[in-house]
Write a protein that binds this ligand. Structure first.
Ligand code: FAD
Length: 145
């Protein structure tokens, strides 16, 4: 089955509570499971960074819905490409917030040393999320299969 990977960043227009995030994740996980979409959503300092992977049409349709969502602005596509394999095949949407995002890992991958700087470097953003995935543990907002 052909697979696509899409990476984007965006900005929350205001504060995002744990409850807001749970609402996003609950719908995302329900839809993604049905559509065979997997990935990881990171959120820190009002910046979202998300990777979506799965059948190309499903990834596109998911991204079109995400683009229209008023809960974020300045959506910026970093990468959309064919993928040989899934990086996050167990997660219909993993999540990492400030508590899970390692500052050392951000500093290692971001050209500016901060989370927002990953938006300027698509390859670094994917490398960052690939390295972060195995470090994530279970918890209230943590990934579920
Ligand atoms: P409906 O539920 O019919 O909603 C209609 C419109 O209202 C849509 O534009 C919707 O975006 C918006 N909306 C829905 N709930 C709220 C709310 N509480 N407050 C304000 N506006 C709202 N969806 C996925 O399927 N997979 C993902 O991986 C995914 N990741 C996301 C990541 C981020 C950062 C955000 C902000 C959203 C994400 N979503 C994801 C949610 C996605 O944007 C859609 O809301 C969802 O897919 C349902 O789409 P729908 O067209 O059925 O919208």
């Amino acid at each position: 089955m052909p697979l696509a990977r899409l990476v984007y960043t965006s900005l929350a227009p205001g504060a995002v509570s744990s409850r807001d995030m749970m609402e996003i994740l609950e719908v995302a996980r329900f839809r993604n499971r049905k559509d065979q979409v997997t990935g990881l959503l990171c959120f820190a300092n009002r910046h979202f960074l998300q990777v979506l992977e799965g059948p190309p049409a499903a990834v596109c349709e998911t991204f079109y819905r995400i683009l229209r969502d008023p809960r974020h602005v300045e959506v910026r596509l970093l990468e959309f490409r064919h993928a040989g394999n899934r990086l996050f095949d167990d997660w219909h949407m993993g999540f990492a917030g400030v508590g899970e995002i390692s500052n050392d890992l951000v500093a290692k991958h971001s050209p500016t040393g901060d989370f927002a700087g990953l938006a300027a470097a698509p390859e670094a953003a994917v490398a960052f999320m690939t390295a972060l995935g195995p470090l994530l543990s279970s918890g209230n907002l943590a990934p579920t299969a």
